[in-house]
Design a protein around this ligand. Structure first.
Ligand SMILES: Cc1cc2nc3c(=O)[nH]c(=O)nc-3n(C[C@H](O)[C@H](O)[C@H](O)COP(=O)(O)O)c2cc1C
Length: 342
């Protein structure tokens, strides 16, 4: 029943500890939180268990200094873990109250989640929880579905509760403009050997025992070829090939895109973006829809304002998602709980 301590994907409703030991319950909730998405699957989070609270820390040893020099995506990843923890806590009748920590005081401690008893979870809250173990980043092509428009509208209002704007992009000409920016960003990123080295360092093989990073399988190659994929990424400038591939994926395999943005562009806005992202992705999963990311033009400083311009945004773009219908890929790797507690 406690298999989830070693492999968090094994959490299930029935495995929730029912005894009096709060720390066992807290570990279960942290296992759920660790199923959140993170940039390059770095899982850059740590947790501390208190009397009736859980603190969330950024683990900056897992930073991506080339692609994410300000830790913006790292903090968003932590925000996604925070949002997932809140959803899990609601499922088991807690009333989670999130307090953001003062950014000056200890820049790695991000938030404290107070966990007092609350009302039992309603059907919607239960369905969000059930989506936690089904959510995947799917980098393959997507089909269209009539559910996409209404689902993205619902996501927009969910994100709005956290001060995050979600803009659905369905028009072909706007998608085309974004595809061009993604292509330009791929070329700029891949021509930088430091970018290639950083990406290669996080391509890991699950079959060879890795518990983090992106497996060859998630990138569309056999998992055991991950070391070869790593070598290729590190050695060759694949920018043109990746750009062409992404362009095709946007034109033919992305019925919708959506941009998450915020007015401010600092730690709390990034944390809120991650919290909103967790809800948005679980809502899409619940609706039978798949997602993946095309953040490259947001990661390149000179292209970021052009993303805002292309979709007519006033705020700062934080994430760019593709949305559509597809199957369900294998789950990505996760670290054991013992590695996540500080
Ligand atoms: C802030 C953030 C940025 C991400 N950026 C990208 C990206 O640019 N390209 C991509 O393919 N995946 C991106 N991802 C997805 C991660 O690679 C993915 O979450 C991770 O590999 C774990 O896989 P999973 O989401 O299936 O659990 C991002 C995720 C987060 C939270």
């Amino acid at each position: 029943m406690t298999d989830y301590l070693d492999d968090p994907w094994r959490v299930s409703v029935d495995a929730f500890p029912t005894g009096d030991d709060w720390s066992e319950k807290a570990l279960y909730l942290i296992a759920c939180a660790s199923l959140a998405p993170s940039g390059h699957n770095t899982q850059p989070w740590l947790f501390d268990i208190g009397d009736d609270w859980i603190d969330l820390y950024a683990d900056r040893r897992r930073a991506l200094p080339v692609i994410d020099p300000d830790d913006r995506e790292l903090i968003m990843s932590c925000g996604a873990a925070l949002g997932t923890l809140e959803i899990a806590a609601r499922r088991f009748g807690y009333s989670p109250q999130v307090e953001f920590c003062d950014s000056g005081e200890d820049s790695d401690r991000l938030a404290r989640v107070h966990l007092a008893p609350g009302e039992p979870a309603d059907d919607e809250e239960q369905s969000f929880f059930a989506a936690i173990t089904r959510r995947r980043t799917d980098r393959g092509p997507f089909r269209n579905s009539e559910r996409i428009g209404p689902s993205l509208e619902a996501c927009r209002s969910l994100a709005g509760r956290f001060g995050v704007d979600l803009k659905p992009v369905l028009a072909a000409d706007t998608k085309q403009a974004i595809a061009e920016l993604v292509g330009e960003a791929n070329r700029l990123q891949f021509e930088d050997p430091r970018f290639r080295r950083e990406l290669a360092a996080w391509i890991h093989s699950r079959r060879l025992g890795s518990r983090d990073g992106i497996s060859g399988h998630a990138l569309g190659m056999p998992d055991l070829l991950s070391p070869i994929g790593r070598l290729v990424v590190r050695t060759f400038d694949l920018g043109d090939g990746v750009a062409a591939d992404d362009q095709r994926k946007i034109e033919e395999g992305s019925p919708a895109l959506s941009v998450l943005s915020t007015h401010a562009d600092e730690r709390d806005a990034w944390l809120s973006s991650g919290r909103a992202l967790a809800r948005v992705l679980l809502h899409l999963t619940r609706d039978g829809l798949s997602h993946s990311y095309l953040n490259q033009p947001i990661e390149v400083d000179e292209l970021r304002p052009r993303v805002a311009e292309a979709v007519d945004l006033k705020g700062h773009p934080q994430l760019l998602l593709r949305v559509g219908k597809a199957g369900q890929p294998k789950p990505s790797m996760r670290r054991p709980l013992a590695d996540l507690i500080c």
